[in-house]
Design a protein around this ligand. Structure first.
Ligand code: GTP
Ligand code: MG
Length: 148
């Protein structure tokens, strides 16, 4: 089944939003397959956001991601990459709909609380980068109550 990499950024951890965010993915019906609290260094953050290295906000973005611990997660489910991005909301919280994580909990684009992979291909790369040790293999017992 499809998997995505979700990271609660340092502002989300500092603001005590970890439980709220995990709850939204759990209640939707997605399955948690990997979870850890980590502090990453500059080279690691630069690798994670390598695609954005030419952007003017890149060094500020890296400063932000290394400013405190983050919660790295792998979530699994049908369409989880696209649906996960919908749960998260638009990149700029000024445009994120109410009811989305960024729409409910963020104001500035540079403090937008959470990251989610933007494609299945990125999710594979990001899961390999953040979870080189692998993730947990388990099947939720409520699966038949979520999937037809
Ligand atoms: P992620 O899930 O974090 O990857 O966000 P995204 O996929 O919605 O957006 P994108 O990958 O384009 O940008 C990555 C992150 O860079 C965003 O989440 C923002 O935190 C930051 N960012 C993007 N655009 C801007 C910008 O114009 N200014 C600033 N300050 N930060 C930006
Ligand atoms: Mg992105």
């Amino acid at each position: 089944m499809e998997q995505t990499f979700i990271m609660i950024k340092p502002d989300g951890v500092q603001r005590g939003l970890v439980g709220e965010i995990i709850g939204r993915f759990e209640k939707k019906g997605f399955s948690l397959k990997g979870l850890k609290l980590v502090s990453v260094d500059r080279p690691f953050a630069e690798k994670h956001y390598a695609d954005l290295s030419a952007k003017p906000f890149f060094s500020g973005l890296v400063d932000y991601i290394i400013s405190g611990p983050v919660v790295a997660m792998v979530w699994e489910g049908k369409g989880v990459v696209t649906t996960g991005r919908k749960i998260i909301g638009a990149t700029n919280p000024a445009e994120s709909a109410p009811g989305t994580i960024r729409g409910d909990f963020a104001i500035d684009i540079g403090r937008n609380v959470i990251h989610g992979s933007d494609s299945v291909e990125s999710s594979r790369k990001e899961i390999a980068l953040w979870f080189p040790e692998g993730i947990v293999s388990w099947q939720s017992s409520v699966h038949p109550w979520i999937y037809e």
